[in-house]
Structure formats: structure tokens, C-alpha cells
Design a protein around this ligand. Sequence first.
Ligand SMILES: CC(C)[C@H](C(=O)O)[C@@H](O)C(=O)O
Ligand code: SF4
Length: 463
Amino acid sequence: MATLFDKLWDLHRVGDAGDGEDLIAIDRLLLHERTGGVALKSLAANGHPVLDPARVFSIMDHIVSFRHGRGRNEARSPGGEAFILETREMAQKAGIHLIDTDSPAQGIVHVVAPELGIALPGLTLVCPDSHTCSLGALGALAWGIGSSDAEHAMATGTLRAAKPRQMHIRVSGNLAPGVSGKDLALYIIARFGADGGKRCAIEYSGDAIRDLSIEGRLTLCNMAVEFAAFTALVAPDAKTLDYIRGRVFAPSAAQEEAALAHWEELCTDPGAVFDEVLEVDAGKVQPQVSWGTSPEDTTALREAIPADASTRALSYMGLKPGQSVYGLPIGGAFIGSCTNGRLSDLKAAAEILKGRRIAPGVRAVCVPGSQAVSREAEALGIDRIFIEAGFEWGAPGCAMCFYAGGETFPPGTRVMSSTNRNFEGRQGPGVRTHLASPAVVAASAVAGMICAPSDILVAGGVA
Ligand SMILES: CC(C)[C@H](C(=O)O)[C@@H](O)C(=O)O
Ligand code: SF4
């Protein structure tokens, strides 16, 4: 009896690497220009070629400008152009896949990898980026690594890793309408703490997980690193297979039968034992919003901030213990990122923004997670809905998810954000980030204050 994680580990275990570590075969490696160029350059300087260039994909996302009509090398931070140029040059020299700034496939690495079928059930995937855990949503064994590990993986096709402990999170019941994968992720982190994942490999299962769309599962697994997990996984099911079919780097029609036979085995055997088990009742999850400077500093929208909340977090956020953030005026809103920059996220926000305007004094920005998301949204008229509501519509990339030294909101601005991190200065010096789902961010942008989608829909006579 084995867990899904045991099976993935054993399938890729090449041998014992000593010191409690195993040598794991790496199927595909992803790079971005913020950390990938450095790894490629150092690898070349050490005289090592990339063992199998066809398995390595480099994508421009972190530093590229999110201005429409951006030039090929335009960065969003001073000096950022060097990251783009170096990654391009080193990727071309190494002969790896390069999804460049002007490619129709460009976007955030964790959004592009599923879209192109780079991430598939049963594969090991690594990237020098902490949110690589997102890809576990497809039943892949994916985790974030450092740049030197990325070099090792490129040179040898393997990595040393200690097998992590395993956690099962069973999410029973159903999420209420309007409650998303993001709300579930924030709820779990708030309830069990930002260290609650205990560096385990987590498998999510249960009715609510089965009911989540693939994009909802990607959002949930994306935040596993905010829960201090090694990674997260969802066993592949019919939805996963439908999602994968026909994607560029997925098995061809001729290979599909063999692939399906393999993927069918990718599940936890009944009776397999986990080191830790957490039970979550999906019916208890309400739309969430963070109030502090860790994703665990989160409550349901109308709930009060705990009386014993950290003074430092409250002072940074300009809040008091016992108060609720509900109704607080905001100055900014951001929808995008590898957490919530996919089509379903933009659709959820557009449902609220349709025929409405954001409040005066709010700067609202939407940046689709990839060129593909952007194209699909534009084909559906979603870009018009955002723009007519007063949002800026940006060019794909990480954009305002993290401050890179360039454009941001003024210090002290309270920003509703569909991203995954609310650390001090994450979106810019002094910027006060509140994490929430795209629907809650959109509703708050319209109201000019933190509120629930239902407030807006009722006020507009829609619901
Ligand atoms: C820059 C990169 C290494 C970083 C990460 O690893 O996650 C970034 O993507 C982030 O979200 O903070
Ligand atoms: S969108 Fe944000 S969290 Fe995701 S990879 Fe980019 S910077 Fe990191």
C-alpha cells in the first residue's frame, strides 16, 4: 500500500545518495529570467553542458514590463533588462526551449507550464522558484529549488533530495457558491498556521477537491509553500486528463493509450498511511481576506482581527486588534499572478465588474497570467469589461505580485490583491497588501473598500 507521493518518488528514485538523501531523476526543469539566467551562466562558466536541453524550458515572467506594447527587453525594474538579456543569451547558447518576451506562449512560468503540457501527471518538475508546487495540481511531483540545485539538475538530470514526510488534507463537503480555491487555501493556512504544512508533501483529496476545476486546484497547490509544505499534490482524475489532452508538450494521440494506463496508477492505495492527517469541512469556508503580513493572518471577511495579533503586523498594516477590515477604504487593487491570473480568475472578477466602475481614488490593475489567458480573455470581451470598469489591462508576467524596484503603489496604500504573499514591502515599500480571491478584489475595487462580492451584486440589483 503506497501513497501517490510514494509512487512518484519510487518511480524516479535512481538510488541512495547518502546522508539520508535519495537521487531523484528530474523529468523537466523550468527556469525564469530572475533566477534561471544566473544558473545557466554559472553552469556554462563551470564548463558543464545541459545534459538534455529538450527537457529544460526558460520563460520570461518576473522582470518583464507589464506595459502593453512593451519592447522586447523592457523591464519593470531599473537594471532589470540585464536579467532578460542574460537569460535569452544563455538559453540560446544552451539550446534549451526559450519562451521569450515576445512569444505567443509567454507568461508566468507556473501558468505556462500547465497550459503547454510541460507539467503532466507522474513527472518530476523543478524550478528555481518557490511556487513550483502549483504544478502538483496535475498529479506531478513538482517543487521549488535553489539556483545551484537547478545547475545540478541541468547538468545531470537528477537531484539529491531527502524524502519528505507526508500529510493528507481531506476536504469534505462542498464549497459554497462564490467560495473559491483561493479562499480554501487561505482558510487552511489561517486555521493551521503558516508552518502547518510542516515541510511535508501534502496530498489534497475529498469531495471539495474533486469538485474544484483544474485552475482551482492550481491555486490551492500554489499556496502550499505559504503553508511551509515541501509540495502539494492532487491525484489525476478525468478532469485532469481532459485538461491535458492536445497540449503542445503532452503525449501525442499515438502515445495517449500508454500515458493513460500509467496515469491511472497514480493514486493513493486504500489504507496507505500518512504521517499527518488534517480534516477540513469545506462548508465552513467563507470568502477570506488577510489582515496582516503573513498569509496566516487571515479571517473571513467580516470577522475581527484577533485580540492577540502581532503588534508589528498591525502597525505596518495601520490596524488595531479586534477591528474588522471589512469596510476599510482601499487605494489599490491587483488581479493577476500565478495564484489567480488564469482565465477562470479573470472571469470571476469580470462577473462583478460588468457594467460597473471602480471607486474614485482606486488604482486597479489586471495582468493576465499568460499570453494565452490574455488572448482568451480578449476573445470573450473580458478585457473590455475590466477597462470599462476603470482597470488597467497589463501585458502578462508577475507584475505587481512582487516589487522589483520599479512601478508600484505609493507607500501606505491599502491594496486588495489576488496574489499569494503579503509580507512587508512585498508589493512595494510601505504598501499594505490584503490577500483575497479575484472576486473579492474586484468587489472591493468597485466599492472602494474591502467588501464581499454579494454586497456589490445585491446593491446593483443583480442578485
Ligand atoms: C524571484 C523568485 C525566486 C521568487 C520565488 O521563489 O518565489 C518569486 O517568484 C516570489 O514569488 O517571491
Ligand atoms: S506571480 Fe508572484 S508568486 Fe508567482 S512566480 Fe511570479 S512573483 Fe512569484
